[in-house]
Design a protein around this ligand. Structure first.
Ligand code: SF4
Length: 369
């Protein structure tokens, strides 16, 4: 399996990492089979977290592969924001993982300015991480977060993190474009190693899982962490990694045009409908923040509906989007006919209809699409 260098750490990681969250869903014996097979096939990055099953995942990793500790780069995560509590959790992680050190310790799930401030404050989590690094318990300090690009950008500006991990996928690249266009280049410029996760959008991109993974592996990241909880899934992911070839520009364009999850509803932010000072894209960017443009007000099958409802407010930025819409001058007039814009969209989006839906979501003034 191809290996890539993880920024200034110099670590050489297999392009697919083993994500430990889903180990809590299976027994220790099966977990051991999956982890050892992954290592035997050339994978070398195993990642877990203290909070996954309150140590369950870490214990399964420790039992399964501690006897071959030199074969893998090991990462865990801590989500306790004070130094005393974090130190205790780090020591518990080492005990559960049956090792004297982890290669990477993540400040886990940093989603708000308040969390970041608490981590970096005197007697905060960072003090525990630095103490552990000095004691040889931790080699590199990292940060992870789902979405909330401004918080992660602020974090890498305020502290010299070695590694950053966040979500990348071809769906959310159109909802939170700054992750790829700003945060990723900024990390690379600072020598911060970048890891990817959420390539299949928590299952939302299940119809396109292979191009979804290839899309993220084609970004300038070191490794993509995939959660695996069955032999079938492991085999599919390993095969894809073993024969991986970067996506060509033509393949990417085809994916953006044809992917069923994008369809004729998700705005690709191409700017082609910006006319006479009116910019629908600016409104769709707020809709993206509101619910990832997932609710297209069409009838869908029950499974798809349930998946969408579970995921669309996952980033919890609904109120922020509504406040931004209230503050903006570019608003939709619900009584106006915008249908002349429809012909401008190369992705076949019914801009007139989508503008009214976006207004319904964002205005909170009782307008019902
Ligand atoms: S033309 Fe279509 S894809 Fe491009 S910005 Fe407008 S709505 Fe979005």
């Amino acid at each position: 399996m191809e290996k890539r260098t993880l920024g200034k750490t110099g670590l050489s990681l297999s392009i697919v990492g083993f994500g430990g969250f889903h180990l809590i869903e299976i027994g220790s014996k099966e977990a051991a089979y999956l982890l050892n097979t992954y290592l035997d096939r050339g994978g070398n990055y195993i990642e877990t977290a203290a909070s996954y099953g309150d140590g369950n995942s870490e214990q399964k990793v420790g039992r399964a592969v501690a006897h071959r500790r030199d074969d893998y780069i090991l990462a865990t995560k801590c989500e306790v924001r004070d130094a005393k509590g974090a130190s205790a959790i780090i020591d518990r992680s080492l005990k559960y993982l049956k090792t004297d050190h982890v290669d990477v310790l993540f400040m886990h799930a940093v989603q708000s300015k308040e969390a970041l401030d608490a981590i970096l404050a005197p007697k905060g989590e960072m003090e525990a991480a630095e103490k552990a690094r000095k004691a040889g318990k931790v080699r590199f300090i990292a940060i992870s977060g789902h979405g909330h690009q401004p918080v992660l950008q602020d974090a890498v500006n305020r502290y010299p993190f070695d590694i950053l991990m966040t979500g990348f996928n071809y769906f959310d690249r159109f909802n939170f474009p700054d992750v790829e266009s700003k945060l990723l280049p900024s990390c690379l410029e600072k020598g911060i190693g970048v890891l990817g996760m959420k390539s299949v959008g928590d299952g939302y991109l299940y119809r396109s899982w292979e191009p979804a993974i290839r899309y993220v592996l084609s970004l300038p990241i070191a490794s993509l962490v995939l959660g695996m909880n069955s032999r079938e899934m492991l085999e599919k992911d390993l095969k894809l990694a073993e024969r991986f070839k970067p996506m060509s520009d033509a393949e990417r364009e085809k994916l953006f045009k044809k992917a069923p999850e994008l369809g004729d509803y998700v705005c690709r932010m191409c700017g082609k409908c910006h006319v006479n000072g009116f910019d629908p894209e600016a409104i769709f960017r707020l809709e993206a923040m509101y619910d990832r443009q997932m609710d297209d007000r069409r009838v869908s099958d029950t499974a798809q509906f349930a998946l969408r409802e579970r995921l669309r407010f996952w980033f919890n930025q609904k109120e922020e989007a509504q406040a931004a819409y209230t503050a903006t001058k570019t608003k939709v007039d619900p009584d106006k006919d915008y249908s002349s814009l429809n012909k401008l969209c190369p992705y076949g989006i019914d801009i007139e209809r989508k503008l009214k839906i976006a207004h319904d979501k964002l205005s909170g003034d009782g307008y019902i699409f």
